[in-house]
Design a protein around this ligand. Structure first.
Ligand SMILES: NC(=O)c1ccc[n+]([C@@H]2O[C@H](COP(=O)([O-])OP(=O)(O)OC[C@H]3O[C@@H](n4cnc5c(N)ncnc54)[C@H](OP(=O)(O)O)[C@@H]3O)[C@@H](O)[C@H]2O)c1
Length: 292
């Protein structure tokens, strides 16, 4: 059986990827914690910014595929703690790339819509990045490093990843739990994305692996929504009171990091290969299984 090594396996993407690929691949994972939420994998505690540890681990496992999901993914925290963001989001991938000894290893790097400045929207893989915050900068530096060093790679950009994930709150779970408890929430109307349901991410990754393609791909749902629209759709689908959702502008929120306004992703490139993601309603139907 082929081996997949997933970094950041206790995070939202890492956890669900490790579950999905179990049985299809031999799964190895690492994160900073001394335990793994998924008990059915071979788990190692390892900080990817520790060059000696990560390179020893990769050389011991000898994976066929490495999926790097480890990141400082909190955009405001990256602005407040730039050295940590640099070490995890940039040096971490350098360490991984430099530990790969064989050309046959496929490196998959999860990247972000936040490498774009958000002035245009509907970004294709060919559009020129221009990050407006440090998170976006570090993720772009990581992409550029992979381009300069590797032949066999996939850089997969996603946007507002969501699922029902009990270990770390995401936008979906925050909206769901607040409305479920009949609490009013303020949600921004001018930040527009194409959210990515975890199932669409792992099906998309599996699709690209099977197609044996290389390069940069966008994976997200097709629907373009503001955070406000997204919250309204959650309320309507799950039968909550949508009047609890109040519109605000991003300028009214005290974000530490600047936000790009419209970072919707075009997924035409992967669709042309035959990939069809679930639509928003289908993703909510899928999530229902996990909420019960
Ligand atoms: N979430 C989104 O909306 C979104 C959107 C676009 C792109 N992405 C990208 O998608 C990827 C996965 O995102 P996610 O939502 O799954 O993030 P996440 O839930 O924050 O998962 C990242 C995991 O990496 C771990 N980690 C952090 N620093 C590490 C280090 N130095 N060494 C090893 N592990 C480390 C984190 O541990 P701690 O939690 O203990 O820090 C966490 O378990 C990231 O590359 C992110 O940039 C995410």
């Amino acid at each position: 059986m082929k081996k997949i090594f997933i970094t950041g396996v206790n995070g939202q993407a890492g956890f669900y990827l490790s579950k999905y690929f179990s049985g299809k691949y031999d799964i190895f994972g690492c994160s900073k914690d001394d335990f793994s939420y998924n008990k059915n994998i071979k788990y190692f505690q390892c900080d990817i910014s520790d060059v000696k540890k990560i390179s020893k681990l990769i050389n011991g496992i000898k994976p066929d595929i490495i999926i790097n999901t480890a990141a400082l993914s909190n955009v405001d925290e990256c602005e407040r703690n730039k050295s940590l963001a640099y070490n995890v989001n940039y040096l971490g991938i350098q360490n991984i790339v430099n530990s790969i000894e064989h050309d046959e290893v496929l490196l998959i790097q999860l990247s972000t819509d936040y490498i774009f400045d958000g002035r245009k929207g509907e970004y294709s893989e060919e559009d020129i990045p221009n990050p407006v915050n440090y998170y976006g900068e570090t993720k772009l530096m990581a992409e550029e490093y992979i381009h300069s060093q590797m032949d066999s790679f996939l850089i997969v950009r996603l946007s507002v990843l969501y699922s029902h994930f009990i270990y770390k709150e995401n936008f979906f779970d925050w909206v769901y739990s607040q409305l479920n408890n009949e609490k009013a929430i303020k949600v921004v109307i001018d930040l527009i994305n194409t959210p990515t349901y975890v199932y669409n991410l792992f099906k998309g990754l599996e699709f690209l692996i099977e197609k044996k393609v290389n390069g940069v791909y966008h994976i997200s749902n097709q629907e373009k929504v503001s955070r406000y629209d997204f919250a309204i759709k959650i309320a309507n689908f799950f039968g909550f009171n949508a009047d609890l959702i109040k519109k605000v502008l991003s300028s009214e929120i005290n974000f530490t990091a600047k936000r790009p306004l419209n970072t919707t992703l075009s997924i035409e490139k992967i669709k042309k290969l035959g990939y069809v993601p679930l639509n928003l309603e289908e993703t909510f139907n899928d999530i229902k299984k996990y909420l019960e």
